[in-house]
Design a protein around this ligand. Structure first.
Ligand SMILES: Nc1nc2c(ncn2[C@@H]2O[C@H](COP(=O)(O)OP(=O)(O)O)[C@@H](O)[C@H]2O)c(=O)[nH]1
Ligand SMILES: [Mg+2]
Length: 341
C-alpha cells in the first residue's frame, strides 16, 4: 500500500533535539577542538537537511497515485494544501543547508564557539518556521494510515444503500477472509473492505459506503458527496441494497430515490438487491437474506456474470485498438521491391 510505511513526522523541536544530540555525541569523540566546532555545524546541517528531505520522501507523490486515492486525498486534504506544506518542509531543508554551509565555511577565521551557537540558532529558527507544516503532515499521515486498502486493479463491487439495510452483513458473509475495517475521517463508522476469491483465483473486492448516505441528498455536504463520487469511481459494479422490510428506518420510496441519485453519478452497471427477504420480499428484484443465506448465491452469480461480460468487452476494446496491418489497409498486397523495378 501507499500509506502504510509513512513514519511519524516529528515536530520541529523533536527534530532539532535529535539532530543536536547526535552531533554532540560525535563531538565528544573529537580531540581537535577547533575542528570539532566546524564538524558540529557540518553535522547538524547535514542531519537536519537529510531528515527534512526524508520526511518529504516518506510521503507518496500524490499526483501519481491511482485516481481513487488521488481524488480521496484531494477531498480529505486538498492537493494545494499538501503541496504547500510539503513545499514548506522543502524550503526549510534547502535553507538549513545553505545557512549551515555558509557558517561552517567561515568558521576557521572566527571564534568557532560563537559561530557554532549562531549556526544552531539559525538552523533551529528555520526548522521552527516549518513547524506548522510538520504538524499538518503528521495529521495527514495519521489519516492516510487509516484509509481502507483498495486495490485499483482488482474487480471492485461497491455496496451502496442506506444504513442498516445489511451492506456490512453481506460483505462479511461473502468474503473469503475476515474483512478489513478501516475508517474514513468523515464518518464515525468503519468502512468494510472484503475480498472473495472467484473462479480462476481471481479476486473480487467489496467496498462498503458507510455513513455517507445517512442524510437525504440535499443535506449531504460537499465532502460527503465527493467521497461518494470517489467510491463510485473505483466501482466496476455498484450493488445497491434495499431493505423492503423498512426495518432500517428508511421508507422504500426514500431508498429508491437514493438509488436514482447513485445511478446518476455512476457509469458502471448497477445491480439492485432486496435484502432481509426472510422478513419481506419485493417482486421484480433479486431477493436475498444475509441471515438465512437464501438468494445470496444468485446475487453473487449475477455479479460474476456482469464481471465476465465486462472482461469480454475489454478484450474486444483492446483488439479494436491494435494497428491494422499495412497490407490490409491498402486493400491488397503491398508492392515488393521487385515489382517497383
Ligand atoms: N432479518 C434480517 N436482518 C438482517 C439481514 N441482514 C442484515 N440484517 C440486520 O440488519 C442490521 C443492519 O445490518 P448491517 O449489515 O450492519 O447494515 P449496514 O449498515 O447496511 O452495513 C443488523 O442488525 C443485521 O443483523 C437479513 O437478511 N435479514
Ligand atoms: Mg455497515
Amino acid at each position: 500500500m501507499y500509506f502504510d510505511d509513512i513514519p511519524t513526522v516529528p515536530t520541529a523541536d523533536e527534530l532539532i533535539d535529535r539532530v543536536l544530540r547526535r552531533a554532540a555525541k560525535k563531538m565528544r569523540e573529537k580531540t581537535n577542538k577547533r575542528r570539532a566546532d566546524e564538524d558540529f555545524v557540518r553535522s547538524i546541517t547535514q542531519a537536519s537537511h537529510d531528515k527534512l528531505v526524508a520526511i518529504i520522501q516518506s510521503f507518496p507523490n500524490f499526483e501519481e497515485l491511482p485516481p481513487f486515492y488521488r481524488d480521496l486525498c484531494d477531498i480529505l486534504f486538498g492537493m494545494d494544501n499538501l503541496k504547500m506544506n510539503l513545499g514548506m518542509v522543502g524550503w526549510a531543508a534547502k535553507n538549513v543547508r545553505d545557512v549551515g554551509r555558509f557558517i561552517s565555511t567561515g568558521m576557521r577565521r572566527a571564534d568557532t564557539l560563537v559561530e557554532r551557537r549562531r549556526a544552531v540558532a539559525r538552523i533551529a529558527s528555520i526548522i521552527h518556521r516549518a513547524d506548522d507544516a510538520l504538524h499538518y503532515l503528521n495529521d495527514v499521515r495519521n489519516v492516510l494510515r487509516k484509509l481502507p486498502h483498495v486495490n485499483p486493479d482488482e474487480f471492485t463491487i461497491v455496496v451502496a444503500g442506506y444504513p442498516n439495510v445489511g451492506k456490512s452483513s453481506f460483505i462479511r458473509l461473502v468474503s473469503s477472509a475476515e474483512p478489513e475495517i478501516a475508517s474514513y475521517p468523515f464518518t464515525t463508522k468503519g468502512i468494510i473492505v472484503g475480498h472473495r476469491i472467484a473462479e480462476r483465483r481471481r479476486k473480487i473486492q467489496f467496498i462498503d459506503t458507510p455513513g455517507l448516505l445517512d442524510r437525504e441528498g440535499e443535506e449531504r455536504n460537499a465532502i460527503e458527496k465527493q467521497a461518494l463520487n470517489a467510491l463510485v469511481y473505483v466501482a466496476d459494479i455498484v450493488l445497491f441494497v434495499i431493505d423492503a422490510s423498512e426495518n432500517c428506518g428508511y421508507s422504500i420510496e426514500a431508498q429508491f430515490k437514493l438509488r436514482e441519485e447513485i445511478e446518476e453519478i455512476t457509469s458502471v452497471p448497477m445491480v439492485t438487491v432486496v435484502n432481509k427477504a426472510d422478513v419481506k420480499k419485493y417482486e421484480g428484484f433479486f431477493n436475498m437474506s444475509t441471515v438465512s443465506g437464501e438468494g445470496v448465491e444468485d446475487v453473487l452469480n449475477e455479479l460474476l456474470r456482469i464481471r465476465k461480460e465486462n472482461m469480454i468487452k475489454e478484450v474486444v476494446d483492446i483488439r479494436s485498438e491494435l494497428p491494422v496491418p499495412e497490407m490490409r489497409r491498402h486493400g491488397g498486397r503491398t508492392k515488393s521491391k521487385k515489382d517497383a523495378y
